[in-house]
Design a protein around this ligand. Structure first.
Ligand SMILES: NC(=O)c1ccc[n+]([C@@H]2O[C@H](COP(=O)([O-])OP(=O)(O)OC[C@H]3O[C@@H](n4cnc5c(N)ncnc54)[C@H](OP(=O)(O)O)[C@@H]3O)[C@@H](O)[C@H]2O)c1
Length: 363
């Protein structure tokens, strides 16, 4: 039963938020595509089952960009809509039929804003994990990040085995860095693909991968780097990027190889919307060697989430997996943080992109 709740105070709050101003043409441009708005929200505006949540921390996710397109893969935003963002924050006011009390920290689809008016059923009590920071619920233990990596490595296809060669694309990012560490924990040789020397150094020196491929390297071709780092071919590809990088990797896939399609971030800047997805033109290689390719959406594996959480915690405690966090500060920084995810390279982030909504808020 929902207990009736009182508002934390009877005043109004000023909500600052990012809304979609125009549909991006190609690469997302914060200056052209979004607008910063403020509005007053009164506690008395809340419906009985609504609550007002003060945002603490927001997650940068690739799906936010695809939702800006008209024919979006995850459902489209309308012009003027608040940008979606998963996050957590504190309930500061609650209607009488809200399931959450004032003062509770909740997680859910808060949006790129400082205060969110949301249905109480649309959020759940924020989970913290032993020995981890509260941000783990968005990163290592988050559905769209660590658990996506776990699902793609262990549940979608035959998992990597000791002695096999695994290649992870987008390997210095949130999902990719966890997928690479989990694959390494199976005993496989793991090679990561990332943009720029700094990220490649991170893969080899921090994550202890067996090799790194810099797809932005102008001196060595992708083919040369793949041959050098994967001399025995590739048994398992965890792909976050798609396009020409996937195509090049497919040419080295081994017999009984598995290709797990997690995402295709190289295609999100308008190609999905216009039906011009690039590649893979090398897909016949799958037939030639008897390899398989399978895509997944983590939502299709919800029943395995409890198991994945336990598994991830086991690897974390054993020191096999961790998440580097990149935290931008201030709601103003939200679209710039998002843009960084699509420009990548040396100006980009490593690990999980997070936005701490205000500098004086708890982590
Ligand atoms: N299947 C699912 O259920 C599911 C759930 C969540 C996320 N995903 C997918 O997982 C992937 C990674 O998401 P994330 O949140 O972890 O983001 P992320 O990897 O932290 O950030 C994106 C990274 O992609 C790379 N990138 C951007 N544009 C690129 C391009 N044109 N070519 C090659 N690399 C490019 C950049 O790294 P570089 O500097 O290395 O270029 C950037 O850091 C995305 O494809 C996303 O859609 C799938």
């Amino acid at each position: 039963m929902c207990a009736p709740e009182q508002s934390a105070d009877d005043g109004t709050v000023t909500n600052s938020k990012w809304v979609l101003k125009a549909r991006p043409q190609g690469i997302f441009d914060p200056k052209k595509d979004v607008a910063f708005k403020t509005e007053s929200i009164s506690n008395t505006d809340l419906a009985d089952d609504e609550m007002l949540v003060e945002s603490f921390m927001l997650s940068g996710d690739a799906f936010i960009r695809t939702m800006m397109d008209e024919e979006a893969y995850h459902g489209a935003l309308s012009l003027g809509d608040t940008l979606p963002a998963i996050g957590y924050g504190k309930v500061v006011a609650a209607g009488p039929k809200s399931c959450h009390k004032v003062g509770t920290v909740v997680s859910g689809m808060i949006g790129a804003q400082t205060y969110a008016k949301i249905k109480s059923g649309g959020a759940f009590r924020h989970i913290t994990f032993p020995f981890m920071t509260p941000t783990a619920s968005l990163g290592l233990m988050g559905l769209t990040t660590g658990l996506t990596a776990y699902t793609g490595v262990f549940y979608v296809s035959r998992r990597p085995r000791k002695g096999e060669t695994v290649v992870v694309t987008g390997a210095a990012g949130a999902v990719g860095s966890v997928a690479a560490q989990l694959a390494k924990a199976t005993g496989a040789r793991v090679v990561g693909v990332a943009g720029g020397p700094k990220k490649c150094q991170y893969l080899v020196e921090e994550l202890k991968l067996d090799g790194a491929i810099d797809y932005k390297n102008s001196e060595k071709t992708l083919e040369e780097q793949i041959t050098a780092t994967c001399p025995d071919g590739i048994d398992f590809i965890y792909d976050n990027v798609g396009g020409s990088i996937l195509d090049r990797l497919l040419s080295k896939i081994n017999s009984n190889g598995r290709v797990v399609i997690c995402g295709a971030i190289s295609q999100y800047s308008g190609n999905l919307n216009k039906g011009k997805v690039e590649g893979p033109s090398n897909y016949l290689k799958l037939a030639e060697v008897g390899a398989e390719m399978k895509g997944f959406n983590v939502m299709q594996y919800m029943a395995r989430v409890p198991l994945a959480l336990c598994g991830m915690f086991y690897y974390f405690i054993r020191g096999k997996v961790r998440m580097t966090e990149h935290i931008e500060v201030g709601i103003q920084s939200f679209p710039h943080a998002l843009a960084k995810m699509f420009s990548g390279g040396s100006n980009g982030h490593i690990g999980k992109m997070l936005v701490k909504v205000r500098s004086n808020l708890p982590k």
